[in-house]
Design a protein around this ligand. Structure first.
Ligand code: BTX
Length: 325
C-alpha cells in the first residue's frame, strides 16, 4: 500500500536511527495506531524491528528478497538471467515460464518466485516451496537439438547446481540420477525439465530448479523431515539466495555453451565425478516395470545403464531410483 511504501521510505532515510511512533505518524500522515498496525504487518513479512521506549522503532533486519536488481548486480552472464521475472507468490514458476516461452520470451529468461503454492516435481508430485527460504526458479532455453536429447539438460543443470553449491558453501553435494542433488544422503535440490516441441524440433526447454537454502528442519512438513535438507542446515549458517542464483546462472551458462559447442561428452565426465549411484546396487522404478541391479554408468546420451543379476544391461530413460543400503 501507499502508506507502507512511505513507512519503508521513512526507515530507509532514517539510516538506522530510531523513529518514534508520533514522528512516523506525522511523516506518513496517519494515526499512531495505524503506524503500529503497519509495523506488525512488516514483522509478518519477515522484517525484524526493535522497539525502544521513548526512542521508537528501528529496523534491525530485512526479509531477504531476491529482486531482479539484486540479482543483476554483479551478474556475469551474457544471456541467462538478462531477462528476469520476479514474483512474490505463484502456483508454479514452471507454469509462468511455459506461458512466457510460448509468447516468445528469449533464451535465458528466468522466472523466480519467493513462494510457490503448488510447486511441482516429476509425475505430478509436489515440491514444497515455502516463502523466501529457497530458490524456486525456471529457466527458458532454446537449444537446437532433437527432443530425445532433452533429458541431457537435466544432467547439465545438475552439474551446474553442484558447482554453484560448491562455490557458495565449500561443500560438495552428490548427484543421484537423474535429477536429485543430495547432501548427507538428503535431498537439497530437485530439477524438473519440461519441453515445448514439434515432432522433430525443440521449441523451448523449461528447466525448473528448486534449491532448499535457508530452511531449518522445523520448516519442513513431517513427511519431508527425514528426506530433505537445506544448504543452511548443512553449512550451519544462513546463506544469500541472490548470490547463489548469480553463481548458478554463471555456471549453467558456461556448461550450456560447452554442451552446444562440444556435445554431451565433457558434461558426462563432470556429471560422473559427482554421481553417487555409479557402481551401486539399486532399484529403478520405471513406467514399464521395476529393475533391480547395479548402476554401470550413463551413456554418452545421459541414459542410465543398469546391469541385473542375469548380466543383462537395461537402458533406463526415466525412473525413480532407490539406492539399496
Ligand atoms: P521429484 O518428483 O524428483 O521429487 C518430488 C519429491 O521430493 C516429493 O514427492 C517429495 O517427496 C520430495 N520433496 C518435495 N519438496 C521437497 C523439498 N523442498 N526438498 C526436498 N524434497 C522435497 C523434483 O521432483 C523436481 C522439483 C522441481 C522444483 C522446481 S522449483 C521451480 C520450478 N517450479 C516448479 O513448480 N517446480 C520447479
Amino acid at each position: 500500500s501507499e502508506l507502507r511504501k512511505k513507512l519503508i521510505d521513512a526507515f530507509t532515510n532514517s539510516k538506522e536511527e530510531y523513529l518514534s511512533g508520533q514522528h512516523l505518524a506525522d511523516l506518513i500522515g496517519c494515526s499512531r495506531t495505524a503506524v503500529w498496525k503497519h509495523i506488525e504487518e512488516l514483522r509478518k513479512e519477515g522484517f525484524e524491528l526493535e522497539a525502544v521506549r521513548r526512542k521508537g522503532y528501528r529496523i534491525t533486519k530485512t526479509p531477504e528478497k531476491v529482486t531482479p536488481d539484486e540479482i543483476r548486480l554483479g551478474l556475469k552472464t551474457e544471456t541467462l538471467g538478462r531477462n528476469i521475472h520476479h514474483e512474490e507468490s505463484v502456483d508454479s514458476t514452471q507454469k509462468i515460464a511455459h506461458r512466457l516461452a510460448y509468447e516468445g520470451s528469449p533464451e535465458g529468461t528466468v522466472v523466480i518466485a519467493e513462494e510457490q503454492l503448488s510447486g511441482r516435481g516429476r509425475m505430478d508430485r509436489r515440491w514444497h516451496s515455502p516463502k523466501s527460504t529457497g530458490v524456486w526458479m525456471s529457466v527458458i532455453l532454446r537449444p537446437n537439438i532433437p527432443p530425445p536429447k532433452a533429458p541431457q539438460l537435466t544432467l547439465i543443470t545438475a552439474v551446474a547446481v553442484v558447482q554453484a553449491i560448491e562455490e557458495l558453501t565449500g561443500l560438495t553435494p552428490q548427484i543421484k540420477w537423474p535429477n536429485d542433488i543430495l547432501m548427507n544422503g538428503k535431498k537439497v535440490t530437485g530439477i524438473l525439465t519440461e519441453l515445448q516441441a514439434d515432432a522433430d524440433r525443440i521449441i523451448s526447454i523449461i528447466i525448473g530448479i528448486g534449491i532448499n537454502v535457508n530452511q531449518q528442519l522445523n520448516d519442513y512438513p513431517d513427511e519431508l523431515k527425514h528426506i530433505a535438507t537445506s544448504l543452511s542446515i548443512e553449512k550451519g549458517e544462513k546463506l544469500s539466495r541472490a548470490d547463489l542464483i548469480k553463481i548458478l546462472l554463471g555456471k549453467l551458462e558456461n556448461l550450456y555453451k560447452l554442451y552446444l559447442d562440444k556435445g554431451f561428452y565433457p558434461i558426462k565426465l563432470l556429471w560422473e565425478s559427482y554421481a553417487v549411484s555409479i557402481g551401486k546396487s539399486l532399484t529403478a522404478r520405471t513406467i514399464t516395470g521395476t529393475i533391480y541391479g547395479k548402476a554401470l554408468g550413463i551413456t554418452d546420451d545421459g541414459v542410465l545403464m543398469i546391469e541385473d543379476s542375469n548380466g543383462k544391461v537395461h537402458h533406463v530413460y526415466s525412473a525413480d531410483i532407490e539406492l539399496d543400503s
